[in-house]
Design a protein around this ligand. Structure first.
Ligand code: HEC
Length: 170
């Protein structure tokens, strides 16, 4: 329960920082969806240990998720900082990452990012998550993922077409 309360606080803080202007109905919807879909529960520093850093909501986690024989995946910075966050992403690219698990560079996201469940989001709800681009950009680089990217399996090692770790490899 404490975890839930903390997350609610993280998201309401994020919703509050949506603006210099007041948030649009679409941005409010996006903040609501981010709360119930728990984006901040993974992407806010400290949230995974129950101590979210509210001033850096959505700015990425220092705690990664390890998958045996694949690597450790850190939830990246989702604020619109151009160098370390989503600042150079379009709303459509965010939708593609959330619903299809594909980054703009074509890399498929590890299923720890629950994009297979998020695949059923309606167009309107997926677009509403673009509210992330209206937050203040917080420069904060997530831990490097190079090792993990290199450890994705080659196609010859795939378990079949549903094996999401293989699609971008050859
Ligand atoms: C259970 C933890 C978890 C939750 C919940 C979660 N994510 Fe993620 N997310 C991750 C991880 C881990 C990655 C990195 C995966 C990888 O690099 O393969 C990621 C990657 C991403 C990326 C790609 C960013 C980049 O720079 O590559 C986006 C965009 C994203 N998440 C958005 C969201 C949104 C929006 C939500 C809520 C609707 C959300 N995530 C919920 C764990 C999570």
């Amino acid at each position: 329960m404490r975890h839930l309360l903390v997350l609610a606080a993280a998201v309401s803080l994020a919703a509050g920082s949506v603006s210099a202007q007041s948030p649009t109905p679409q941005q409010k919807r996006g903040a609501y969806l981010a709360q119930i879909m728990d984006c901040g529960g993974c992407h806010t520093p400290g949230a995974l240990t129950g101590q979210p850093d509210m001033k850096r909501a959505f700015a990425g986690s220092d705690i990664g998720f390890g998958i045996p024989d694949v690597g450790v995946f850190y939830p990246p910075n989702l604020t619109p900082d151009p160098e370390t966050g989503l600042g150079r992403w379009t709303q459509a690219q965010i939708v593609a990452a959330v619903r299809n698990g594909v980054r703009p560079d074509g890399r498929v996201l590890a299923p720890i990012m629950p994009w297979k469940s998020y695949a059923v989001l309606s167009d309107a709800d997926a677009k509403a998550l673009g509210f992330l681009l209206s937050l203040a950009g917080l420069p904060r680089r997530a831990a490097e993922m190079e090792d993990e990217v290199h450890s994705l399996r080659s196609k010859s090692q795939c378990d079949g077409p549903s094996d999401s770790f293989c699609r971008t490899c050859d």
